[in-house]
Design a protein around this ligand. Structure first.
Ligand SMILES: Nc1nc2c(ncn2[C@@H]2O[C@H](COP(=O)(O)OP(=O)(O)O)[C@@H](O)[C@H]2O)c(=O)[nH]1
Ligand SMILES: [Mg+2]
Length: 452
C-alpha cells in the first residue's frame, strides 16, 4: 500500500535533505510535488488542498527555514500532518459491554464483509482471547449464509446454524440467544450489501441495528475504490453511527487514497486493513506506523511485531543475538527464508523496511524472487546438520548429493552458498549499525556483485 506515494515522498525529501538551506521557493516546489502525488493517490482534491494548507505555513516558519537541518524539520512536519490525516489515535475494537458483545459489519456487496467477519473473529479469539460467534444476516444472495458457515467450519469458529427462509430480524434474535447458550463473549453480525447504497438497504440496516444494539458498527470498504470508499462511509454514517472502518484489498492498493481521505471526508477512524484473502490477512491500523511507511522511513515496529508473532519470541531473540555477535549460520538463513515466506515473501518484507526502493530494484535486477526463496529453502533442507553449521565442508560430492536432494544442480548450490556468504557479510555490517547507510545507498557494490 502507498508505494506510489512513498516513491514521490522519497524524491522530494531527498532533495530537501541534500539542501544545506531551504528557501520558500524550494519548499513550494516540494509541496507542489506532494500535492500532485496525493491527487495521484486518489485523495479527494479538497483533502489534498487542506493537507498542503496545513503543512505550508509551518514549513515556511522562520525557525524552520533558518534551522541547521531544515529538510529534516520539514519531513517531521509532513509526518505529523500525515498522522493527523490518517486519524491520530489507534482505536481497537471495543468489547466493553455485557457479553455477548454485539458487533455489526456493514458495507456494499463484494466489499469483503463475509471474509472480514471471519478475520475479525479469528483476530479477537487470538488477540483478545474471546470466544466468538458469527451470524450471517445476508438472506438475499444465494449461499451467502452458507459462505460464512463454511468459513466458520474451516477455521473452527462458532457460527449460527442456517435456518432456511428466516428474516434478518428473526435471525438477530436467534443469534443472540444462541450466543448466550454457547457462552460466546462476542457476536459478529455479517450483513447483506447492495451494489449501491439504496433506501431499502439502509432501512434494513437501521432496523437490524436497533435489535442488535451493536457495541461497534464497522464499515467494510474496498481500499481500491479510493476516495469513493470515503464517500460510501460518509453515506453509511448518516444512517448508522459508524464506529470504525475496515479497508479491504489494501494488499492490491498501491495508492492509498481511501485511507488518506477517510478521516477528512467521513470522520470515522480506520481500524483495520485487509491485506489478502486468507483468514489472518488482517492488520490493525496504526496511523504513526502507516505515516512512517508512506514517508519511506519504514515500519520497523510492525515488521518486528509481525515477525515476533509469526516465529515466536524465542526464535527471534536467538537470531537477534546471533546477528549482534555478527554470527550468521545457515540455520539463521533458513529461519530468515521461512520468516520471509510467512511475511509475504520478499515483497512483504521490503514494504516494511526503510528506504528500500533501491535495494528492491537491485534484488529485482539480480532476479531474487519468490521462487528462489522456495528453492533455497529446499536446498538448505537437503543439507546435513554439519553442512549447515559449516558450509565450508561442502565439496563436490556433497554438492551433488544436495543438488539431487533438492531437485536442483550443483551450479545452483554454488549460487546459494555465494548468497549465503553475502548475507552473512551483510548481517555483520548491519550488526555494526550500518543499516541506515545501507538503506540510503543500497547494498554495497562489493556485496551486490557476488549476487550475480
Ligand atoms: N486481496 C484481497 N481480497 C479480499 C480481501 N477481503 C476480501 N477479499 C476478497 O473479496 C471477495 C469478496 O469478499 P466477500 O467477503 O464475499 O464480500 P461481501 O460480499 O462483502 O461479503 C472474495 O473473493 C474475498 O476473498 C482483502 O483484504 N484482500
Ligand atoms: Mg457476504
Amino acid at each position: 500500500m502507498f508505494e506510489n506515494l512513498t516513491n514521490k515522498f522519497e524524491e522530494v525529501f531527498s532533495s530537501f535533505k541534500k539542501a544545506p538551506s531551504l528557501d520558500e521557493k524550494q519548499v513550494d516546489e516540494g509541496l507542489k510535488t506532494i500535492r500532485k502525488a496525493l491527487l495521484e493517490a486518489d485523495v479527494a482534491v479538497d483533502v489534498a488542498k487542506e493537507f498542503i494548507n496545513k503543512v505550508k505555513p509551518k514549513a515556511l516558519g522562520q525557525e524552520i527555514i533558518r534551522s541547521t537541518s531544515p529538510g529534516q524539520m520539514v519531513v517531521k512536519i509532513v509526518y505529523d500532518e500525515l498522522v493527523n490525516f490518517l486519524g491520530s489515535s489507534n482505536s481497537t475494537i471495543s468489547l466493553n459491554a455485557v457479553p455477548p458483545v454485539p458487533i455489526m459489519l456493514v458495507g456494499l456487496q463484494g466489499s469483503g464483509k463475509t471474509t472480514t467477519t471471519a478475520k475479525i473473529a479469528r483476530y479477537l479469539e487470538k488477540n483478545n482471547k474471546k470466544k466468538v460467534m458469527m451470524a450471517s444476516l445476508d438472506v438475499y444472495r444465494p449461499a451467502a449464509q452458507e459462505q460464512l458457515r463454511l468459513l466458520g467450519e474451516q477455521n473452527n469458529i462458532l457460527t449460527l446454524p442456517v435456518v432456511e427462509n428466516q428474516q434478518p430480524t428473526d435471525i438477530c434474535r436467534r443469534a443472540i440467544s444462541a450466543a448466550k447458550l454457547n457462552g460466546a463473549e462476542v457476536i459478529l453480525f455479517d450483513t447483506a450489501g447492495r451494489t449501491q447504497i439504496d433506501i431499502q438497504m439502509m432501512g434494513e440496516i437501521k432496523q437490524v441495528s436497533s435489535i442488535i444494539n451493536p457495541n461497534e458498527t464497522l464499515l467494510v470498504a474496498d481500499s481500491l475504490t479510493g476516495q469513493v470508499a470515503a464517500e460510501v462511509a460518509k453515506e453509511f454514517n448518516k444512517t448508522v453511527n459508524l464506529s470504525g472502518i475496515i479497508l479491504t484489498r489494501a494488499d492490491g492498493d498501491a495508492r492509498g487514497g481511501a485511507a488518506l481521505s477517510m478521516k477528512h471526508v467521513a470522520d470515522v477512524p480506520v481500524k483495520f486493513l485487509g491485506i489478502g484473502e486468507k483468514i489472518d490477512n488482517i492488520e490493525a491500523f496504526y496511523p504513526e506506523r502507516i505515516a512512517n511507511r508512506i514517508l519511506g522511513m519504514g515500519d520497523i515496529v510492525s515488521l518486528v511485531e509481525k515477525a515476533a508473532d509469526e516465529l515466536g519470541e524465542e526464535n527471534l531473540k536467538k537470531t537477534e543475538e546471533n546477528l549482534k555477535k555478527g554470527q550468521f549460520s545457515m540455520e539463521d538463513y533458513l529461519t530468515q527464508l521461512r520468516q520471509m515466506k510467512k511475511m509475504g515473501g520478499i515483497e512483504g518484507v521490503m514494504s516494511f523496511l526503510p528506504g528500500v526502493s533501491k535495494i528492491k530494484s537491485q534484488m529485482d535486477q539480480a532476479g531474487i524472487d519468490e521462487k528462489i526463496v522456495a528453492q533455497n529453502e529446499a536446498i538448505i533442507l537437503s543439507m546435513t546438520k554439519q553442512e549447515r553449521e559449516n558450509p565450508k565442508i561442502i565439496n563436490g560430492s556433497r554438492r551433488k548429493r544436495i543438488a539431487n536432494g533438492s531437485g536442483t544442480d550443483p551450479a545452483t548450490i554454488n549460487k546459494l552458498l555465494k548468497q549465503f556468504k553475502m548475507m552473512s557479510e551483510m548481517m555483520k555490517k548491519m550488526s555494526k549499525g550500518n543499516l541506515k547507510g545501507m538503506a540510503d545507498k543500497g547494498i554495497p557494490p562489493e556485496l551486490f556483485n557476488q549476487l550475480k
